[in-house]
Design a protein around this ligand. Structure first.
Ligand code: PA5
Length: 418
């Protein structure tokens, strides 16, 4: 299970935490009790609902067919609809199975042409993931890829290669019915950014050959633990309360940092989850990420010495799952002190040194995760989704809408003559 530590020499939030939790316990109780006001958005809260045994059987069978026939699997989706899958795939993928590519997340002709060029001569399957089948990026990419598949294989064979994940009764579902594409259900009661443990996130992960049963087990273990642990010891509620305490103290940013580049796409998932959930009504902490140690040579300067805007949450991966020892090659350079040392030890030393330096300047939270595998990704997904919901409730905003993204869309659709 994840472990949580707080190192706060700056504002000593630890001393306030107990009182804060007590004062807001009603929010915790209301959330774990199931809030009727959000019942149309809480399908993810009990993972069994959209990731039960029958669903996993179906997804694994479909993934096997795709793995046996495809060289490339293109995941079409944007924002919450592709970030979770991408974060696990990019962290855990192996050389075995189809290459996973991404579309529907850009309008750049350069990026799209580059992606299309890599399909030539290869066996291609696609999954168009779109809850509200009006979003421009996935809709436009789906058109291009559909046409490519029909031109390459003919309509009948193309239909076997097209999967679409949409809501029941949507236009996307009628396209599937009308043209013989495989239809997967995008849960009506789950918003994009909460879909990690549904068909939306799980099919692409299974196609990449990653064990979705382990992923779901991890999420379920976390769900059980968070539902059974009272507010005062509950790590999701503690984390949410600390975010709220720091926000009230005037901090404007939370930086999620780690020394494992494997988490590069996970940061993007986390940023999207918190930004879209909390950034509304003129409120919210701005989520940013730091890919250390590289970015200690970039934003590290600002974190240590710049405007004191942020607190920092470190994801500490205890077992890096790899070892690489630096040997002496007989050449006298300035790095003899590293002779015989493992990079695991060097990376850990860099982490500990960074925490030591940063904690003197800003509040630091550490979330320990045993290792990065499917099970622990499941734990991380569930932990952050529930924390984010709790945090939004403490902030006093609706955790499940995103009215702000409509403003640019109105102008864009206007410009495109929709
Ligand atoms: O988290 C969300 O709800 C959003 O980021 C959506 O996932 C994103 O806008 C894509 O929406 P759709 O699947 O409806 O195209």
């Amino acid at each position: 299970m994840l472990k949580f530590k707080l190192l706060d020499e700056k504002c000593q939030a630890e001393q306030m935490l107990g009182g804060y939790i007590k004062a807001h316990e009603n929010i915790f109780k209301s959330v774990v009790g199931g809030e009727t006001c959000y019942s149309d958005a809480l399908g993810w809260l009990h993972t069994e609902r959209w990731a039960g045994p029958a669903q996993l059987d179906r997804l694994e069978a479909l993934a096997d067919t795709i793995r046996n026939n495809a060289d490339v699997f293109v995941v079409i989706g944007v924002g919450g609809s592709n970030n979770a899958a991408r974060s696990v795939i990019e962290a855990l993928k192996t050389a075995d199975g189809p290459e996973i590519m991404y579309a529907g997340n850009t309008l750049s002709p350069h990026a799209l042409c580059q992606m299309m060029a890599r399909l030539k001569g290869r066996s291609v399957y696609i999954d168009c993931i779109a809850k509200n089948f009006e979003t421009l990026e996935p809709g436009a990419s789906f058109r291009i890829l559909r046409k490519y598949l029909c031109d390459t294989y003919g309509a009948k064979e193309a239909a076997k290669r097209i999967i679409a994940t949409g809501t029941k009764g949507s236009l996307l579902e009628s396209l599937c019915t009308g043209h013989g594409y495989t239809f997967l259900e995008f849960p009506e009661d789950v918003g994009g950014r909460y879909t990690a443990i549904t068909a939306v996130g799980l099919l692409p992960v299974a196609v990449a050959g990653i064990d979705i049963r382990a992923l779901v087990k991890g999420a379920q273990a976390m769900e059980k633990s968070l539902f059974e642990t009272p507010a005062a010891e509950n790590i999701a509620f503690k984390y949410a309360c600390l975010r709220s305490i720091y926000y009230d103290k005037g901090y404007a940013l939370e930086m999620l940092a780690s020394f494992e580049p494997q988490l590069r796409w996970f940061y993007k998932w986390w940023v999207q989850l918190f930004a879209e959930t909390e950034g509304k009504d003129g409120r919210g902490l701005f989520p940013v990420c730091g890919e250390y140690s590289e970015e200690l040579h970039a934003v590290g300067q600002f974190v240590q010495d710049g405007t004191p805007l942020m607190f920092e949450t470190f994801l500490d991966v205890l077992d890096p799952g790899a070892s690489l020892v630096i040997e002496n090659d007989g050449i006298q350079d300035a790095f003899d002190y590293l002779d015989g040392m493992d990079f695991a030890q060097i990376n850990r030393t860099a982490f500990e040194a960074t925490v030591r330096a940063h904690k003197a300047k800003l509040p630091c939270l550490i979330l320990e995760v045993q290792r990065l595998d499917a099970f622990h990704f499941g734990q991380l997904f569930y932990f952050f989704m529930l924390s984010c919901y709790l945090s939004a409730r403490l902030l006093g905003v609706n955790p499940f809408d995103q009215p702000g993204v409509e403003a640019y869309k109105r102008w864009m659709f206007d410009g495109l003559g929709k």
